[in-house]
Write a new protein. Structure first.
Length: 182
């Protein structure tokens, strides 16, 4: 069983690299690394441009310090262009926050970040990856559905008391490689 799991993780890593190569529409290279304190100003700028009620510095500092959280940034030419904050606790991993610079959207950066988070969720032993997304964020919903997430519910008026949150999940244990598009 362990060798099958290791083979699956290795195959997922290979697929993540393929996603990286195929997702990009530019000649530059995007890589993902851990979010550090020096990245917070760049992340706050992206967050402010992406969310009507943005996370504050303390939120990101907490994610860096928490034992169950794994925040990452996407970097292009030495510059932070996106981030994802993921937590994994017991059988569930969850995307807490993800955003890409507005002028960098549509280049596959969110797909790369999600692929990284999915891989890490599997490595941490999660059975499922969960997230919530604004009902109006059709591009994000489309990305998540393309990655194999399904809608599991709605939190009515969740965002600022005026917009619903769509709840989505993706199983990670039941052949996770089959639903990753290339």
């Amino acid at each position: 069983m362990l060798s099958i799991q290791n083979a699956s993780l290795k195959r997922l890593q290979e697929l993540s690299l393929c996603l990286l190569c195929r997702a990009m529409k530019t000649d530059s290279t995007i890589f993902v690394r851990a979010l550090g304190g020096a990245d917070i100003d760049a992340v706050l700028k992206i967050e402010a441009a992406s969310n009507p009620v943005p996370w504050q510095r303390d939120h990101f500092c907490h994610e860096i310090e928490a034992n169950y959280s794994w925040p990452f940034v996407a970097v292009e030419n030495g510059r932070v262009v996106g981030y994802v904050c993921m937590m994994s606790l017991f059988e569930e991993a969850q995307i807490l926050n993800i955003a890409v610079e507005p002028e960098q959207r549509g280049k596959g950066i969110a797909r790369i970040l999600m692929g990284h988070a999915l891989q890490l969720g599997i490595e941490k032993g999660a059975d499922v990856m969960a997230l919530e997304v604004r009902a109006s964020n059709r591009r994000a919903i489309s990305l998540y559905e393309n990655l194999g997430f399904t809608r599991t519910g709605v939190r009515a008026l969740y965002y600022e008391g005026v917009e619903d949150a769509i709840l989505m999940e993706k199983p990670l244990k039941e052949n996770p490689l089959c639903s990753l598009p290339l």
